[in-house]
Each structure stands twice: as C-alpha cells, then as structure tokens.
Design a protein around this ligand. Sequence first.
Ligand code: MG
Ligand code: MG
Length: 248
Amino acid sequence: MISIKSDREIELMKKAGNIVFKTHNHLKSFIKPGVTTNKLNDIAEKFIIEQQASPSFKNYNGFPKSICISINDEVVHGIPSERLLKEGDIVSIDIGANYKGYHSDSAWTYPVGKISYDKEFLLKETKEALYEGIRKIHSGIRIGDISNAIEGHANKHELSIVRELVGHGVGNKIHEDPDIPNYGKPNTGPLLKAGMVIAIEPMLNLGTKDICIKDDNWTIVTSDGSPSAHFEHTVLVTDNGYEILTGE
Ligand code: MG
Ligand code: MG
C-alpha cells in the first residue's frame, strides 16, 4: 500500500530532506584525494546529529556505518573504511536522515579532483536521467511513466541500467511501497496521488548492466569493473507537479 502523508508528516519529511541536503553540501568540501571514507562518514554522522536527526542507514538491516560510500565500480551500499579517495575517482554518497520518525533519502556522485571525460559524461547523464524522471511527476501519472523517462535517457546516451535495485516510497520507514524501477513502460504500475513521497534513484553504468556483491555482503559492484553513478532525490507528489524535498 502506498501511504498518503498528512500535512504534519510532510512538514517532518521536508525538515528531514533539508537536513540531508545540508549534509551533502557540508560534506562536499571534504571530498578530495587523501581523505578516508571513514572520515567522511564521521563528518556526516556528526552533522546529522547536530541537526537533531539520526542517520537512517545506521544499523538498517545491520549496516555498520551512518552513510553509504561507493567508489568507481561500486554501485551502492559501500561501507565506509580506511580506504583513501584518490585523484580521478568518482564517489557516490548516499545519505538518509530520520527527523522525529520521518525519513528523507538522497544520493549524489561526486568527482574526486580531475576525472576522465568518460566519468564526467556518466555523472552528467545519470544526474540528467534523475531529473528526466522527476519532471514527469504529478498526481495522476503512473510509476511506469517515471521509469520510462529514466530508461529513455539512459538508452539515448548508451548507459546501462542497473535493474536489481530500484527507487521506493519514503515515510516513517526509509523504504516503503512502491518500488520504482529505472526502466519500464509508460502508463503502467501504481497511480501517483498528491501527498505520496517517493525516492527516485537511477544507477547507471558505463559498461555492463550486470552487478555482483562483494565478500562484505553489502557492496554492490559492476561485474566488469566499469564505473557506476547514482543520483537520488526524495520527492513529494503534488496536484500540479512535485516538490523535491532533498534539494534547493
Ligand atoms: Mg539513498
Ligand atoms: Mg533510496
């Protein structure tokens, strides 16, 4: 069942979304060669707690850290560690915050120093795929309309779509109904109504669409080692359109 949020719930989710947005902005200046992903995790955790919120992913299904940090061929769910970022890496940072029982969720992939043309292209077009999906949103469309817009953009730019991982509803749980695949047919799937809140999150690869999981049982990587990007916003459905809760 897809929940419709009350005005009070929407206010709390807006606050959670703003905290996630501010955490991304705060973290950005620390993303440079030589920093460990543990350090980025600790900075984000401290910042979220200072805003009277808590990190949504800490202990979620046993996840050991506060945010997910995935480098290069890592698609999602990378565990922060003593690994150092280096010049030319791309780093996906996925942040969730829980404010008074309500969550918001947003991921962004950042360049570390100067990156290759191919990686630059991957970041630009994955971000654009997210916005192609978001621009479809208003009360009365179906999930497939969003999925199809993302798929169309990925296909146009010959980027592969990770199919096993999907966007989702958000609320008093970080993952709620419905699933939002990054591929699909228009006018199919659940109907969207004003007051629903969903996280849209394309994960696109430069090489194969296929993924596997690392020995840590968390980190998802591309099977061919090619780079992967991930962009995500939490979005409120309104009568005439949408409101991004995790952006400006
Ligand atoms: Mg996320
Ligand atoms: Mg998500």
